[in-house]
Design a binder for this molecule. Structure first.
Ligand SMILES: [Zn+2]
Length: 342
């Protein structure tokens, strides 16, 4: 390369450098110890005494010019590097945020929590028990011996002749009575239960109950009625009334079906209450003397009541849900309706 061209060529090359590494390579190529400028310097030896200072001055001038160009390019590239880093770290507040899909407490759990809160407020404890249960606790200790016809009321999933999936949460009551050994009791037992039902709009082979048991001195049917009226008001609204109709459960004597005045038509008659003004919501009764005796209680000293709330039925009535299967399909569209309800 001619000395006259070197500044122009170096300038072009420096301007093409995209980053500091490339620039450094270019610097070495022109200004390094074995670089092109040094190459011209070493040619000075071959020149005459007159030519040498002139040539030396020119090489130095070109060298200084190239150094200056490299310095300017370096500053630019360093600035570019910093800007790039800032750009990558910058937060663009105009970008849309990430959407987080929050879950929703299952409507059945919302109902259970609501019922639990109410009863805890009335001094009840919460008791739980196994879903895979012994026949003894599920039936026998509740006045349902092996050959009792009322067992047919509850189609049961048996695991073996003595072990089954509980058909109600009543075995928790039997277990509680056995544990308390004659002492007063005030518990509710929420949980899943299982029956060999074909699933349809109003039946499910798995559903949820909250059963309650109160045992103590001088507990009467009036206490049961007062308690259930509180539940009805809390769940279905303050204007609700309840009525008791005679019924039959082996566990209780007398037994009652409990109706609540229709919250939709206020008793005038509508499709929900089938024009009767009343909706059947739960079963209850005074604990059968046989059950008390079998579980270590003396019926002359201690009496009490029990009730069973169908959680699905309560929830369906409360929100106007027509098909029980909705609760078990895990359909987001259905479940998301209950966001923020509680
Ligand atoms: Zn009605």
């Amino acid at each position: 390369m001619e000395l006259e061209n070197i500044e122009l060529v170096a300038t072009e090359e420096i301007e093409k450098c995209d980053d500091l590494d490339q620039l450094n390579e270019t610097r070495v190529k022109y200004l390094g110890k074995k670089g092109l400028i040094q190459g011209f310097m070493s040619k000075m030896r071959d020149l005459s005494n007159e030519e040498r200072p002139k040539f030396g001055a020119l090489v130095n001038k070109i060298k200084a010019a190239i150094e200056e160009r490299i310095k300017i390019a370096q500053e630019k590239l360093e600035e570019k590097k910093i800007n790039k880093k800032l750009e990558s770290e910058a937060i663009d507040v105009t970008l849309p945020g990430y959407k987080f899909n929050t879950g929703v407490i299952h409507p059945l759990m919302q109902t259970i929590e609501e019922i639990e809160d109410l009863f805890i407020g009335m001094g009840y404890e919460i008791a739980e028990g196994p879903e895979v249960e012994e026949d003894l606790y599920n039936f026998e200790l509740l006045n349902l011996p092996k050959d009792h016809p009322a067992r047919d009321m509850q189609d049961t999933f048996y695991i073996n002749p003595n072990v089954l999936l509980r058909t109600h949460t009543s075995p928790v009551q039997a277990r509680t009575m056995q544990a308390k050994q004659g002492k007063p009791i005030k518990v509710i037992c929420p949980g899943k239960v299982y029956r060999r039902d074909d699933d349809d709009a109003t039946h499910s082979h798995q559903f949820m109950q909250v059963e309650g048991l109160v045992l103590g001195k001088d507990i009467s049917l009036a206490d049961l009625k007062g308690t259930l009226l509180e539940v009805a008001k809390k769940v279905f609204g303050n204007e609700r009334e309840i009525r008791l109709r005679p019924s039959f459960f082996p566990f209780t004597e007398p037994s009652v079906e409990v109706d609540v005045s229709c919250f939709k038509c206020n008793g005038k008659g509508c499709s929900i209450c089938k024009n009767s003004g009343w909706i059947e919501v739960l079963g209850a009764g005074m604990v059968n003397n046989n059950v008390l005796k079998m579980n270590g209680y003396n019926p002359d000293e201690i009496q009490g009541f029990a009730f069973g709330i169908g959680v699905e039925r309560f929830t369906m009535l409360k929100y106007g849900i027509e098909d029980i299967r909705n609760f078990y399909l895990n359909d987001q569209k259905f479940l998301n309706q209950f966001k923020g309800v509680k």
